[in-house]
Ligand binder design. Sequence first.
Ligand SMILES: [Zn+2]
Length: 553
Amino acid sequence: MLRSLLIFIACTGLFLSCGKKLETNPNTKMNNQNPPLEERIAAYSPCKINADLSHLSARQKKMVSILAEAGHLADKIFWKQTSPDALKLKDSLSLLTDEKGKNQYKYLLINYGPYDRIFEGERFAGIGQEKKPENANYYPQDLSKEEFEKYIKSHPEQKADLESQYTIVVRDGVKLKAIPFHEAYPEVSKLADKLEEAANYCDDKAFKNYLILRAKAIRTDDYYESDMAWMDLKDNDIDIVIGPIENYEDGLYNYKTAYECSLLIKDIEASKELQFFNAHIDDFEQKLPYEKKYIRKSAGGSNNILAIMNVAYFGGDCNKAVKTIASSLPNDPRVTDVKGGKKQMFKNMMEAKFDKIVVPIAKKLLDTSLLPFVDKTAFTSFVTLHEVSHTLGRGFVFGNDTLSVRKSMKELYSAIEETKADILGMYNHKHLLEMKVKDEDYIKRACVTYLAGLYRSIRFGAEAHGMANLIQLNFLRVQGAIKKKDGKLSIDEKIFFDKVGDLARMVLTVEADGDYNAAKKIIEQYGRVTDELSAEIESLKDIPRDLDTKYNY
Ligand SMILES: [Zn+2]
């Protein structure tokens, strides 16, 4: 599957946007190596995601329902960003009554467009480019990297706007033009209105302030002030991440951001447990397994906020295909360097994935003696340590405080950054043992659950988390930390953490140096689906890959 990732990244091409009546096209040739549509739909296990609101006041419940309306608008804008024909196809396929048409519509809703996000971005409905355009709907479909970079060289005054996270690029005669999101998407002003309306029902002063600043940010595409205010929220029962946030959808440069909405209810009790990790973020930074010269004085430890939340509503980017289970935001290093970051773990989403996916995978692949060690708490706290580890390491390239690691890594950034967060998430368990916070038994549970979890994520296909898990799995197998006997997998506990430390050192150093070519080498060497791995993945085909979620809003 992932061999074709490299083909996927390479393909650019023209897209028909001639307004032809879009219908299910029997000619859409789906790669018959990949499973038929019914099986792909079945890989997303239907699942109702509930969040307990019983402890909220009537005004708070009212506010939550208005915020969900804002979320639906963010969801609608995301449909406009994924690919040029996504929304048109959504409208036309919704009218079809034949089995195939209904299946195409169902799968289109899961993928936010006619391209399969697990199977190499392959088109499964409508007419047009066969693979998901890496330009998404942010750049002209026929714009290549070469043309874009050549144009910017000869028009340096437009560089900032054309490369901005918050603009789309269009052709304007022979020129290129950047259009800010708040001008490109008419839903933006309605969305901002909804945030202000919700603020009228808010008795939490800090949260009210954030909602008003966020509305202003959405109208202007300047998010700094509202991100700073978001980091000042401490005791809020309700939280919302809304607007253009992550850059995964922009396959060309990872510059442009995608609209999403996470409407969240804090799990007060579960959040309390987390404060331990918070208190030790700076210790983790000081103990990073790479050259001392790279280690920062502080990771903004005490500023970081960790919280366990339950998802009330997901819309847009975070709800596409494989659902998000946690987030580490904001992405603006100007904010995180001053305020730290906010790590939010989505408890109800994580637990649903553990029950429906991790446990069945473990039963299929792991040595039976390890099954009693597959542990839900170990799964959720690994996710927490993953998010904490996004804060560790450098945000700016060593020796160049103007160049962010994100910018230096270009389209490879997401995969390398997710590898770093995962492998450090595992590595830091070593410190929990040394600090006697966790015992040997727990650490074994964490390692075994991590192993099953690796197989959960590599089935996500050609996206950052899938690639990150593939790199870890291949590296640890090649190094002998993960073993196979009689067709069953286990861990070599004697060398496991040494090898985990080796991979952590490798990706941390690549980021600190902003070394794009070294990053490329890691992906080429360890980002492959070997035949053995392909057979193991095949053996999991009856186990869901992810969830097809419904919410209360
Ligand atoms: Zn992550």
